[in-house]
Design a protein around this ligand. Structure first.
Ligand code: URA
Length: 434
């Protein structure tokens, strides 16, 4: 097989066979196909899409690029949760501990910042000492003992996703439903799960801008899961404005702590509770979804998720005190206030612009070799619907150096729309698939 022929056929809109897809994934993972050819292939997929057969073949090849994590020795139902990517989306770190506190085992295989969206692994790594590179044995031990453990894909687990994820991020090929589905499902199916809750984001700050695309992506992933006998449900949730108020790695850990203590922003709390409830229900801890919702709410009120998250941080080498003493987290030395140019209502806060600005300050990556700055980000003082007067602070930018600062300021100023009329409230949870 010649890579250039496969690129050409995909570029021309042809369907590739499972063997051809497998050969591409295996050869690229082994380093036998250079980045420039794989980039061209990804761009062809971006424009031409993939059939369900092709996506299925890609998922299988990506899982087989590494080891599968057998969790049969860990007792209890194993349920994971994954988001397709959002801005300020830290729900995994709230829903995961709550579900674990209810008795679900949550083996989470998470990702890093991608495009303008954040990544759970980067957020966790802002905690001093926290290790996301546990061996499979250590991962199993933390899961068994604590009920919640998070690692990333690695040389051993779904290595193809690691390489492709970084390449997509650097080649503007992230927003392809087929590539997103293959990336997520290859990680999730590499782990022996009983259930999976997917949060498919839609709107300005999501990779899927329209609900019909988000629905298609949700259906694709739920179908892939069901074919492998995995119970799966997908929520389609709004990502027009950032979720919660904090955007940026350490800032988001602080907001997770506040939310697990019951003092978090309303939107973040609502979505996290619903995701936790679905995890509890899929794990068959309760008989009905309503019982699962009641249980998740009670665990939040009783701070059981907060205790569980602390336990997990300690088990993965981090300092759990960061949840009480935010000065132990990386804090940016400088801040800059964006103020409202006029009086009125906050009609929109474009999540993609805020995510891009935050990435530009160092919270995300421009090239796949970049490291992230855990301290930087944006903190929203207002959310959509708030009444503001001219000169009121809309948000604070936390930065470490002035590189990229002016462009970030311009983007953030553009992201806010102030209008004379009060905007209609929007639903947060738009649809359930599966
Ligand atoms: N999350 C992933 O793991 N992969 C994607 O492509 C997008 C979100």
């Amino acid at each position: 097989m010649r890579t250039v022929d496969l690129i050409q056929r995909k570029r021309n809109g042809e369907e590739l066979s499972p063997e051809e897809i497998r050969w591409l994934v295996e050869s690229y993972t082994r380093g036998e196909i250079p980045d420039y050819q794989m980039s061209a292939f990804l761009m062809a997929v971006y424009f031409q899409n993939m059939t369900d057969h092709e996506v299925g073949a890609m998922v299988d090849a990506m899982i087989d690029s590494g080891e599968r994590i057998d969790l049969s020795s860990v007792s209890g139902p194993k349920v994971d949760k994954h988001s397709t990517g959002g801005v300020g989306d830290k729900t995994s770190l709230i829903a995961g501990p709550l579900a674990a506190a209810a008795g679900v085992k949550v083996p989470m295989l998470s990702g890093r910042a991608l495009g303008h969206t954040g990544g759970t692994l980067d957020k966790l790594e802002s905690i001093p000492g926290f290790r996301t590179n546990l061996s499979i044995e250590e991962f199993r031990e933390v899961l068994d003992k604590v009920g919640f453990a998070v690692i990333g894909q690695s040389e051993k687990v779904a290595p193809a996703d690691g390489k492709l994820y970084a390449l997509r991020d650097a080649t503007a090929t992230v927003e392809s439903p087929a590539l997103i589905a293959a990336s997520i499902m290859s990680k999730k199916l590499a782990v022996g799960l009983d259930g999976l809750v997917l949060d498919v984001k839609v709107g300005a700050g999501a990779f899927m801008k329209r609900q019909v695309e988000a629905r298609r992506l949700a259906q694709m992933m739920v179908t892939i899961a069901r074919r492998k006998d995995l119970r799966a449900q997908a929520l389609i949730t709004d990502m027009n404005q950032p979720l919660g108020r904090a955007i940026g790695n350490a800032l988001e850990i602080m907001e997770v702590s506040q939310t697990l203590l019951g003092a978090g922003p309303e939107d973040l709390t609502q979505i996290s509770l619903e995701l936790a409830a679905r995890m509890i229900f899929l794990g068959r801890i309760t008989e009905t979804l309503d019982e699962a919702r009641d249980l998740a709410t009670r665990l939040l009120v009783e701070r059981m998720g907060y205790m569980k998250f602390k336990e997990m941080i300690a088990a993965q080498g981090g300092n759990p005190q960061v949840l009480d003493r935010f000065e132990l987290l990386p804090n940016a030395p400088y801040s800059y206030e964006i103020v409202s140019p006029r009086s009125g209502y906050v009609a929109a806060i474009d999540a993609e612009e805020i995510g891009r600005a935050s990435a530009m300050l160092g919270a995300g990556r421009n090239t796949k070799e970049d490291t992230v700055d855990p301290a930087v980000g944006v903190f929203l003082e207002v959310k959509v619907g708030a009444r503001v007067e001219e000169g009121n602070v809309l948000c604070r930018i936390h930065y470490t150096n002035s590189e990229g600062l002016q462009e970030a300021i311009d983007r953030i100023e553009d992201a806010f729309r102030i209008s004379t009329s009060e905007p209609e409230p929007r639903d947060l949870i738009l649809e359930v698939v599966g």
